[in-house]
Write a protein that binds this ligand. Structure first.
Ligand SMILES: *[C@@H]1O[C@H](CO)[C@@H](O)[C@H](O)[C@H]1NC(C)=O
Ligand SMILES: *[C@@H]1O[C@H](CO)[C@@H](O)[C@H](O)[C@H]1NC(C)=O
Ligand SMILES: *[C@@H]1O[C@H](CO)[C@@H](O)[C@H](O)[C@H]1NC(C)=O
Ligand SMILES: *[C@@H]1O[C@H](CO)[C@@H](O)[C@H](O)[C@H]1NC(C)=O
Ligand SMILES: *[C@@H]1O[C@H](CO)[C@@H](O)[C@H](O)[C@H]1NC(C)=O
Ligand SMILES: *[C@@H]1O[C@H](CO)[C@@H](O)[C@H](O)[C@H]1NC(C)=O
Ligand SMILES: *[C@@H]1O[C@H](CO)[C@@H](O)[C@H](O)[C@H]1NC(C)=O
Length: 807
């Protein structure tokens, strides 16, 4: 068959029989032939069928050439991979191939014809290459004349050592990046220069050895550094021996099973065994306490381990996550360096916590007071470990551990505060979720086509095109896509909800680990933290009352699910099963404004202004730009949530509709809603309810942002005044201060939150206070609308930022 007809024929067949796969399993690959990514099942198998080599999917349209266990048979997504040629450079899912060239080179060619990986067997050896073969041991071997081995996969392992594979000083094992990401990770098993087999964390910034325990010398670790042959091997029966005297037998020593030794992405080395019909089980591991593995939790964070839940990380007191998708980046301080500015500091002790290494010396026979003094005298001291009269001042907080087994505690050095520092919640699921997946563009090289093929392709293209148009039209028809608003982006709108869907109760039960982690209580229900099956972190609100039919509930939920604004919390879905009613929202990393206002690390002035503006925008959208009027009716700091960049998002809107508090037709609410301290007088005097009730509550929130004082208690004791209406107390206190015949600076200084330590923009405070007082007018007609409020803030926000004053 000539070169032109063959593709034509193939094309014809794939049109007529689109689902027939041309699967070809081979025992050898001869020179001049290749394995193609386009043909699923185009693989090389070992004689006994235990191993297969071929293209393995590692991401969307991304493939690596790999070897995997093929007995028992596995579906291509769940095979156990033991080797990869191009783990760091996946190839395209179209047109890529592995070729054994006539000159003897084994090459992996991407869709754009670049060579991604190659054995340099072509030029170097005079011996001509005969064939490529996968042995029963799992070794992929390239043989030349007289069966000499020109290249073998055993000489370039990735993260796995198979039985009988030599482990040498030039073949370290490197873990993969994560469970679903096969590219090179940070953990390395290798022979060190002193001939010892070690585990190293080799991260982007720091490297450290953690096995054998770094404080032991070789003989205490039962190793020897006097044998420089640096070889190790696991035999078929589970006997591992190394030239540094490390020896072990696996727990199932002797059994005839499949085995592999793998440096896992979590930094542990494990030997796995599998007998027929079973799952892999661990028959040996290097580290029994997973928190002694370095690097998992980056700087300023601590590893914690729970036998049932697994391992997780938490930030040290006074620190917050650096990168939400990656714990290895650790946490960053929420306060300025003690070297930049002199601040009063305090020491807060966290028992059962330790950070290994990075001490500024070791001081014996010190009292706690002496140790504190020592740390205070060093501006870069971040705290100290104090144990049995020994003092270890810390200059860096690395290799942190937090577990009941840890002896002694760490004393963190933190800016002095009246409020207590709290340990954040532990999220066990967080470490198991992968970072983003690789996605390769779906493009591939076009061959030079003959005219006949071009015509055929045109024909196929026409059919496909028509199909696409039909599909699109039907889709539009079914989904009633509305035209987009012009210039929408600048106003903070974004595309309609994409992932809004129904969840099953079981799914949510699993995602919230049986509703175990409560993160808040709001009107109508309790909120739990959840990790969805696609690894998104969510907040699940479980509604108390289910006094509403399923259809009605769905109608309300989908209305709310359709509201989209960057200052409104995103609803991802709902669950309505039997008596259960749940709502699934995006999770806000920094919690509520209320939590932030009561935390010792200050919300900086610029953040506060952003929060004031953003929440006004969200409310304005609810009031004026929605197709239907949505009153919030419960605006308060607990319902303003902050994302990772402190952008505010209004939460819990529309709940009055879902909870079916009767008759939301402007005036006739049957029950008083809202929260003490934030309620407009209309509620009390039974007056018509309009959007101005939200404006009133917003005004109180502004006052709270500026003064740091809650209208419902706390810091208000020193204000005095009647106790009839709490919001009035805060309001009249601010009004009084303002009225006093003193220069602006004085009254502002009196009311502004002392936690701002004098760092604020005096003009903006004036603007915020003026707006707030206007919002809390008794007469609702004297209050601005939310969009007028936005305008006022924008006007002043754009002007010169005024002068910063520092007290
Ligand atoms: C792989 O998945 C298939 C179906 O999804 C399942 O039947 C098979 O047991 C799995 N194999 C392994 C090794 O997990
Ligand atoms: C392992 O090393 C030994 C000794 O150097 C050698 O004889 C053997 O062929 C090697 N095995 C493999 C699979 O390379
Ligand atoms: C394990 O292998 C080593 C080296 O081959 C050998 O000396 C030792 O006897 C073996 N141990 C067992 C229990 O078979
Ligand atoms: C060094 O280790 C190798 C492999 O375990 C062993 O064969 C050799 O005898 C050892 N050499 C010495 C001097 O102990
Ligand atoms: C610790 O200090 C006490 C009192 O200063 C002294 O008596 C004791 O010998 C010291 N111990 C050590 C181990 O230095
Ligand atoms: C802390 O408390 C002290 C006394 O209890 C008080 O004088 C001071 O103003 C408070 N500081 C802050 C920031 O609230
Ligand atoms: C794996 O992780 C690396 C490093 O974070 C990243 O560059 C790569 O895109 C990831 N690959 C996959 C398949 O997700």
């Amino acid at each position: 068959m000539d070169a032109m007809k063959k593709p034509l024929l193939l094309l014809f067949f794939s049109l007529v029989f689109p689902f027939s796969l041309t699967s070809s399993v081979r025992l050898t690959l001869r020179e001049g032939s290749s394995l193609s990514v386009d043909k699923p099942g185009d693989t090389l198998v070992s004689k006994d069928g235990a191993f297969a080599a071929g293209f393995y999917p590692v991401g969307e349209n991304a493939y690596c050439f790999a070897i995997w266990f093929s007995k028992p048979s596995c579906s291509i997504h769940n095979c156990t991979v033991v080797w990869m040629a191009n783990r760091d450079h996946p190839v395209n899912g179209r047109s890529s191939k592995l070729s054994l060239r006539k000159n003897g080179d084994l090459v992996l060619i991407d869709a754009d014809r670049t060579v991604v990986w190659a054995t340099s067997t072509g030029s170097s050896s005079g011996s001509s290459v005969k064939l490529l073969q996968l042995l029963d041991t799992g070794n992929l071997v390239l043989r030349g004349t007289q069966n000499v081995v020109l290249w073998q996969s055993f000489d370039s392992p990735t993260d796995t050592l198979l039985p009988l594979q030599n482990f040498t000083r030039i073949t370290p094992l490197v873990s993969s990046r994560s469970k679903n990401n096969f590219s090179s990770g940070y953990y390395r098993l290798y022979f060190d220069n002193d001939n010892l087999l070690r585990l190293l964390f080799d991260g982007p910034k720091i490297t450290s050895v953690y096995w054998p325990d770094p404080w032991l010398n070789s003989w205490d670790a039962k190793r020897t550094s006097y044998n420089d042959s640096r070889v190790a091997m696991l035999d078929r029966y589970g006997n591992f021996t190394s030239s540094d005297d490390l020896k072990f037998l696996t727990s199932d020593y002797g059994a005839k099973v499949q085995r592999r030794l793998t440096v896992d992405y979590d930094g542990n080395v494990r030997v796995y065994s599998r007998s027929e019909g079973q799952e892999w089980s661990v028959s040996w591991q290097a580290k029994s306490d997973p928190c002694t593995i370095h690097g998992t939790c980056g700087p300023n964070s601590m590893c914690t381990y729970h036998p049932g839940e697994g391992r997780s990380c938490i930030c040290a007191l006074g620190y917050e996550r650096e990168d939400l998708s990656d714990w290895t980046k650790g946490c960053k301080a929420k306060f300025n360096s003690f070297c930049d500015r002199k601040v009063e500091t305090e020491f807060v002790e966290l028992p059962h916590a330790d950070f290994y290494g990075y001490d500024k010396g070791f001081f014996q026979n010190y009292t706690l007071e002496m140790c504190k003094k020592l740390c205070l005298d060093l501006c870069n001291c971040l705290g100290f470990q104090y144990k049995h009269t020994n003092c270890y001042p810390k200059l860096l907080l690395l290799n942190g551990q937090y577990s009941p087994g840890v002896d002694g505690g760490i004393h963190f050095r933190l800016p002095k505060s009246n409020l207590s520092y709290k340990l954040p919640r532990i999220e066990y699921a967080a470490l198991q979720c992968p970072a983003n997946e690789v996605l390769l563009p779906r493009t591939y090289v076009k061959r030079k086509e003959s005219l006949a093929i071009k015509i055929l392709l045109l024909f196929v293209g026409a059919i496909a095109g028509t199909e696409a148009i039909v599909v699109l039209t039907v889709w539009r028809f079914l989904h009633g896509t509305r035209p987009e608003k012009g210039g929408a982006h600048t106003d903070g709108y974004h595309a309609g909800p994409t992932g809004f869907r129904q969840f099953t109760y079981d799914e949510l039960k699993k995602a919230t680990r049986n509703f175990s982690e409560e993160i808040g209580r709001g009107s109508g229900g309790i909120v739990y933290k959840a990790v969805l099956s696609d690894c998104r972190v969510a907040a699940v609100k479980r509604l108390n009352e289910a006094n509403q039919g399923e259809n009605e509930f769905l109608a309300e939920v989908s209305t709310i699910g359709n509201l989209n604004h960057m200052n409104l919390i995103d609803m991802w879905g709902y669950c309505a099963e039997g008596k259960h009613r749940l709502l699934i929202y995006e999770f806000m990393e920094h919690g509520s404004l209320a939590e932030n206002l009561s935390s010792p690390t200050e919300l900086h002035w610029s953040k506060r202004f952003e929060i004031a503006l953003g929440s006004a925008r969200g409310l304005a959208y609810l009031h004026e730009e929605c197709l239907e009027w949505v009153l919030h009716c419960d605006v308060k700091p607990q319902n303003i949530l902050l994302d990772s960049t402190y952008q505010p998002k209004v939460a819990d809107f529309g709940l009055s509709k879902i909870l079916k508090r009767k008759g939301l037709k402007n005036s006739s609410f049957s029950r008083i809603r809202g929260t003490r301290g934030y309620m407009a007088p209309e509620w009390v005097y039974n007056m018509p309810i309009t959007s101005k009730v939200d404006v009133y509550s917003y005004g109180i929130v502004l006052l709270e942002l500026v003064t740091g004082r809650s209208p419902t208690g706390g810091g208000l004791a020193n204000i005095g005044g009647g106790d009839e209406n709490e919001s009035k107390r805060l309001t009249s206190w601010v009004r009084e201060r303002k009225r006093t015949e003193v220069p602006t600076r004085t009254w502002i200084k009196e009311i502004v939150d002392p936690r701002l330590t004098g760092e604020y923009d005096i003009r903006m405070v004036e603007v915020l206070v003026a707006l707030a007082l206007q919002c809390v007018e008794e007469d609702r007609d004297a209050r601005p609308t939310m969009s007028q409020a936005v305008e006022m803030l924008l006007r002043y926000g754009d002007e010169d930022k005024g002068e910063m004053i520092a007290a």
